[in-house]
Design a protein around this ligand. Structure first.
Ligand SMILES: Nc1ncnc2c1ncn2[C@@H]1O[C@H](COP(=O)(O)OP(=O)(O)OP(=O)(O)O)[C@@H](O)[C@H]1O
Ligand SMILES: [Mg+2]
Length: 397
């Protein structure tokens, strides 16, 4: 579809330089904020109510002007940019979505391209594509009015509309705040998939720490008017920079980190392996072996009691494997797969092939992987701390 292909250049898309906002009544909403957001990066801003998240966001599209400091978008000091021109490059999704109640879903979505001078027919065509992209069938929903949609569906129209002008930057202020947790998770998944495809630079405000962790390439944890820590979710959960951040991310941060730590090949153990057409071995030095087909793709497993010499081949005694995941899946998925299948280990396969077997993940290796993710962050945090936390999950900070 007609999105600008932006090669991943890792240029800086948004830069804040010592930005302070003081309102007329003397409230300092944000205080000396400096940070950079790379092109194609999704940064979540998370923090308690009133800490300055919306103010930060609205300064990017000049709905609010900073009192001090400078903001750059694509290298350009935005105080010198025409706000209307600027906003064309920045999609904006607000919490209450702000759909026009008297316009249909399709018209709502087509608004921006239409304003930008795209012909009506073309704008509607594009709007239909976008609705499709956010999971709303244009034939079903296009002619409805916002009041005829569920909260979650309205949020999706908001996202489609913000994407309509194909802006490089998206500002999203609690876009999924008004929907229930189940729908929210669904929208988050869809949004992640969408972001994989369109690779916008996104500032995403949320109250919800889980959402911030789940969606953010990096996250900014706000205290009052200040960013207390700006880093990857894995680092923030693994090594909060101070007590405030540790408190904010919660005592169960060890568990939360499961959901942001991927399974890597180095985490895997190599168990005994047999192939489908092998004769049964005389003896197996383990309680079971993994069974692969001729292409080394995962087939299943065989238990030691069946794997001793006798007539037939491994194929005759192998069982299908239910508990497996592709490499790159999260440790949380691994843990949940183990529980679901009541399995002591899971098989891990290559994600780009037909299922080439890479190794197995055991609970001990899962635990090591969690520790690895902290060590890789290069932070000096006591191993014992992580260990306690990941084992007990709760109760310790
Ligand atoms: N127009 C205004 N005049 C004076 N103070 C303001 C104004 N707008 C916001 N504030 C104050 O600035 C601070 C930051 O507000 P902001 O809207 O950025 O918070 P937020 O982090 O988005 O909060 P929430 O999570 O509740 O949306 C708050 O103390 C707020 O009361
Ligand atoms: Mg706000």
């Amino acid at each position: 579809m007609g999105f600008t292909q932006r090669p991943q250049q890792w240029g800086i898309m948004i830069r804040f330089e010592h930005v302070t906002k003081r309102y007329e009544d003397g409230t300092t909403a944000v205080d000396d904020l400096s940070f950079e957001v790379a092109e194609g990066e999704l940064v979540t801003l998370v923090g308690p109510s009133g800490c300055g998240k919306t103010t930060t966001m609205k300064m990017v599209n000049r709905l609010i002007e900073p009192s001090e400091g400078r903001i750059f978008v694509e290298g350009e000091d935005i105080s010198t940019t025409d706000p209307v021109q600027l906003r064309r490059r920045i999609g904006y999704v607000i919490q209450q979505v702000g759909l026009f109640p008297h316009k249909t879903v399709l018209e709502n979505t087509a608004t921006v391209p239409h304003l930008l001078g795209v012909k009506r027919g073309k704008a509607r065509e594009r709007a239909a594509e976008l609705l499709d992209l956010v999971g709303l069938d244009p034939a079903t929903f296009g002619d409805r009015y916002p009041e005829q949609l569920s909260g979650g569906q309205r949020q999706r129209v908001g996202v489609a509309r913000a994407l309509a002008a194909d802006p490089p930057v998206l500002l999203m202020d609690e876009p999924f705040g008004a929907v229930d947790p189940v729908v929210r998770e669904h929208l988050q998944n869809e949004f992640l998939r969408l972001q994989q495809a369109v690779r916008k630079t996104v500032l995403f405000v949320t109250h919800d720490i889980e959402e911030a962790v789940r969606l953010g390439d990096r996250m900014a944890v706000y205290g009052e008017g200040r960013i207390e820590q700006f880093d990857t979710p894995s680092t923030i959960l693994g090594a909060p920079s101070n007590d405030y951040v540790a408190d904010f991310v919660g005592a169960d941060r060890g568990l939360k980190r499961l959901s942001v730590t991927p399974i890597e090949e180095g985490d895997l153990e190599q168990p005994p392996v047999l192939h489908l057409d092998d004769p049964l071995p005389a003896k197996l030095d383990a309680r079971w072996a993994v069974v692969l087909d001729g292409e080394n793709n995962l087939h299943g497993w065989i238990s030691a009691e069946h794997a001793h010499s006798g007539p037939g081949t491994v194929r005759d005694h192998a069982r299908r494997m239910e508990a497996w995941l592709p490499v790159g899946a999260t440790l949380k998925q691994a843990f949940s797969t183990m529980l679901q299948h009541d399995a002591g280990w899971i098989a891990v396969i290559d994600k780009d092939s037909e299922g080439r077997f890479l190794g197995i993940l055991t609970p001990a290796r899962l635990h090591e992987a969690l520790r690895r993710s902290t060590a890789a962050d290069g932070r000096d945090i006591a191993r014992g701390d992580v260990e306690l936390e990941t084992i007990t999950g709760i109760g310790k900070r």
